[in-house]
Design a protein around this ligand. Structure first.
Ligand SMILES: N[C@@H](CCC(=O)N[C@@H](CS)C(=O)NCC(=O)O)C(=O)O
Length: 222
């Protein structure tokens, strides 16, 4: 049975795993699944919280993008995106956790006003997110190498995550906080260089279409 990545291309977590599969050259299929248990209670049998992405494998379903990525690395050793050395691998995992827990999840508190037409957030909320996000980014800056890749001289899972999380986080800074939250990091040049990679360019192009599809769905109230 083929490996199937389930979710939608407007999701950066989905695209992180998709980029990994493409960079590794692993054969997979995509199944369009929208989030939310309200409209689709049956989804809970595959994704208990109604979140995407999840991976349908020959053994069953795996939820949580980082767990999916770890599974893919262990089952498909070709073109590894995790170092074999345990310490180096831990350094890659650290970067992914900083990107997701201390940056993306913080920025997500303002995704409503930034991307989905929600009313502006209260000033106290803006300041709280600004402070926490900048603290997370300052911590990440101490770990990230940009050498030229996030973890050093090799493309890893930290790049799959960074390429997909940087733009949404930067968007919250620009659209809601009115601030370049990455002013002290070479994020713009990094993203430009990464888009030279054919698989990154493919995922980014499909993400654009996926976002348009998502916005049309939201506008249609479907
Ligand atoms: N920790 C999860 C986060 C996934 C996530 O939040 N996905 C979003 C789409 S980008 C989602 O499913 N949102 C719907 C919801 O939270 O109910 C992962 O890494 O897979």
């Amino acid at each position: 049975m083929a490996l199937t990545l389930c979710g939608f291309a407007g999701s950066n977590y989905y695209n992180k795993v998709k980029l990994q599969l493409l960079e590794k050259g692993v054969a997979f299929e995509e199944e369009l699944v929208w989030t939310g248990l309200k409209d689709n209670p049956a989804l809970s049998t595959r994704s208990p919280l109604g979140k995407v992405p999840f991976l349908q494998t020959e053994h069953g379903v795996i939820v949580e993008s980082s767990v999916c990525s770890e599974y893919v690395e262990s089952v498909y050793p070709q073109n590894p995106l995790m170092p074999r050395d345990p310490f180096a691998a831990a350094k890659v995992r650290e970067l992914v956790v900083y990107l997701e827990l201390h940056m993306e999840l913080v920025a997500r508190e303002l995704f409503g006003p930034a991307y989905f037409g929600a009313p502006p957030a209260a000033p106290e909320k803006l300041e709280q997110v600004r402070k926490t996000l900048k603290k997370g980014i300052a911590g990440f800056a101490k770990l990230a190498k940009f050498g030229p890749y996030i973890a050093g001289d090799t493309f890893t899972l930290a790049d799959c995550a960074a390429i997909m999380h940087f733009p949404t986080i930067a968007g919250v800074g620009k659209l809601v906080l009115q601030e370049d939250v990455f002013a002290d990091l070479p994020v713009r040049d990094y993203l430009k260089a990464m888009k030279e990679r054919p698989m990154v360019a493919k995922v980014v192009a499909e993400a654009k279409l996926g976002n348009e599809q998502l916005m049309a769905k939201i506008r249609g109230g479907k």
